[in-house]
Write a protein that binds this ligand. Structure first.
Ligand code: ABN
Length: 174
C-alpha cells in the first residue's frame, strides 16, 4: 500500500511541477532568454548596414550626392544639381556656373576634417525644381548677404535665372 502511495505521490508531484503557473512562467522566461540570445549565436552579417553608407560614395567621400544628407550639403539652400542633369561639381548642360557664391564649412565624416565648400549656383534655363535641400549650418541673417545662403547667386552671371546648386570642395579649413 505504501508503495502505491509513493508512486501516486510522485506522479502527482510531476504533474504539479509541469502544469503549475510557476512552471509555465519559468518556461516562458527561458524561451525569452533563449530567444534574445539566438541572434548572438547565428552568423548574421552585422557589418552590412554600416558598409552601405560608405559604399554609395567614393572612398574618402562617403554618402549619396543625390541625398540632402550628403556631408558636403551641410550649408546648402537650393536644388541639388545631381538631380538636375549635372553632378556635384558641374552644372547641367546649357547652364552657366555663377562666379560669386556662398561658402560654407562642412565636416567630412570619412576623415573628420572640415572642408571649405562653395555652393555655386547654376544659371540659365528654368529653375530645376528637383531635390530641394535647405541645410543652414553657419548661415547668417539676410542683412549679412555674403554669409546668407538664401540668395540667388546668379545675379553675377549672364542669366539671372536660377537652376540648381553645386557643392565644390575648395580646400581644408584650419
Ligand atoms: N542660392 C540658391 C538660391 C537661389 C535662388 C533663391 C534662393 C536661393
Amino acid at each position: 500500500m505504501k508503495l502505491l502511495d509513493r508512486l501516486f505521490e510522485r506522479s502527482t508531484r510531476r504533474v504539479a511541477e509541469t502544469t503549475s503557473r510557476r512552471a509555465a512562467l519559468a518556461r516562458i522566461g527561458s524561451w525569452i532568454v533563449a530567444g534574445s540570445a539566438l541572434p548572438l549565436l547565428l552568423p548574421i552579417d552585422r557589418v552590412a548596414g554600416r558598409a552601405l553608407a560608405a559604399e554609395t560614395g567614393k572612398p574618402g567621400d562617403p554618402g549619396d550626392p543625390n541625398s540632402c544628407d550628403y556631408w558636403r550639403y551641410c550649408s546648402v539652400d537650393g536644388f541639388l544639381c545631381t538631380c538636375c542633369g549635372g553632378t556635384v561639381t558641374s552644372c547641367p548642360p546649357g547652364v552657366e556656373v555663377s562666379q560669386v557664391t556662398w561658402i560654407g564649412t562642412c565636416r567630412n565624416p570619412a576623415d573628420g576634417k572640415d572642408y571649405i565648400i562653395s555652393y555655386n549656383d547654376c544659371c540659365g534655363k528654368q529653375s530645376c525644381g528637383q531635390c530641394a535641400c535647405t541645410r543652414n549650418d553657419s548661415e547668417q541673417p539676410m542683412y549679412r548677404p555674403f554669409n546668407n545662403n538664401d540668395i540667388n547667386w546668379c545675379m553675377g552671371a549672364k542669366s539671372q535665372v536660377y537652376n540648381c546648386t553645386l557643392a565644390v570642395i575648395r580646400g581644408v579649413a584650419n
